[in-house]
Design a protein around this ligand. Structure first.
Ligand SMILES: NC(=O)c1ccc[n+]([C@@H]2O[C@H](COP(=O)([O-])OP(=O)(O)OC[C@H]3O[C@@H](n4cnc5c(N)ncnc54)[C@H](OP(=O)(O)O)[C@@H]3O)[C@@H](O)[C@H]2O)c1
Length: 267
């Protein structure tokens, strides 16, 4: 049986993806959220089972996704602790909470997998990065990676890279939304309707990303190929360089990653 504690944005997204892709049957899933409204609406929509509290969920399930906010995690772990045993595998999607945090509260031998997903999981194009504690076997990690694979791409990395991952793929959708909004604003300024401008911007972002993923060609080479001497793209690129767009995006990743590291220090 698979458990989910926390049925908000991320818990609900993961649950829907797993069921939609028929990786686990709804009758083999038990969910719990302290917000009964959220829990019952997911139960109605997905026909999963619900638990009456955290401890009863732990008694019914062995693999448990923890999808509560980082600031709620400690209290949740303390509630779970009395009923956890060596067979339980916990999967946390909380930003900024390291494996050592779970070991501190549940003991060194706790089986914990840490995942940093992102919101495009909602449309099956997520990017999830996985790290595991020593107590977790390769097979168990593969099983969870397969579940996450139903929501997009998955890779495993050492946990020391999680801050960088948070700064890039975790926070990255917001950066790209801002880029799309700005491109569309430019189109509107030049006379396009808002709808058409946003559609053009979105399909351009999608197409450029797909070109890289399908050809593997370095973005700088693809950029040079579409930049003819004295042409329109060259004029546009000059404006981006003047606005230090590249440096700004590099700084965005660094500052988001540093913020994640500081969240840990604040714990
Ligand atoms: N949203 C994203 O884009 C995203 C991306 C990557 C990672 N994450 C991670 O995903 C986690 C969840 O984020 P979210 O955006 O899904 O949060 P959310 O929408 O607030 O959902 C969390 C849910 O957990 C419930 N909850 C809190 N403590 C609980 C407890 N002890 N027992 C049962 N339920 C409890 C909350 O209830 P109340 O509302 O009553 O507090 C809420 O319904 C976070 O740790 C976040 O770092 C989110």
């Amino acid at each position: 049986m698979l458990g989910f504690i926390g049925c908000g944005t991320m818990g609900g997204t993961l649950l829907e993806g797993i069921i939609k892709n028929q990786l686990v049957a709804p009758e083999k899933i038990v969910i719990f959220d302290q917000d009964a409204g959220k829990m019952l609406s997911l139960k109605d929509k997905l026909e999963v089972n619900t638990a009456t509290n955290v401890q009863s969920l732990c008694l019914e399930t062995q693999k448990i996704f923890l999808a509560v906010k980082p600031q709620d995690m400690k209290e949740l772990l303390l509630e779970m602790k009395p009923v956890l045993n060596a067979g339980h595998l916990l999967i946390s999607v909380a930003a900024g909470l390291y494996i050592s945090f779970f070991q501190k509260h549940l003991g060194k031998s706790v089986k914990i997998i840490r995942i940093m997903p992102n919101t495009p999981c909602l449309v099956g194009e997520g990017m999830s990065v996985i790290s595991r504690s020593q107590a977790v076997s390769e097979g168990e990690e593969k099983e969870i990676a397969a579940l996450m694979g139903s929501l997009g791409k998955v890779i495993s990395l050492e946990e020391k890279h999680m801050s960088a991952v948070t700064g890039l793929s975790g926070s990255g959708p917001a950066y790209i939304f801002l880029v799309m909004e700005a491109l569309a604003d430019g189109g509107v300024e030049m006379g396009l309707s808002r709808d058409v401008a946003l559609f053009l911007a979105a399909q351009t972002v999608l197409g450029a990303a797909k070109m890289f993923l399908q050809t593997g060609e370095h973005p700088a080479i693809m950029k040079n190929k579409v930049t003819s001497p004295g042409g329109t793209t060259s004029a546009g690129l000059l404006a981006l360089e003047e606005g230090a767009v590249k440096a700004s995006l590099i700084k965005a990743v660094i500052q988001s990653a540093q913020k994640e590291k500081n969240m840990l220090l604040e714990k």
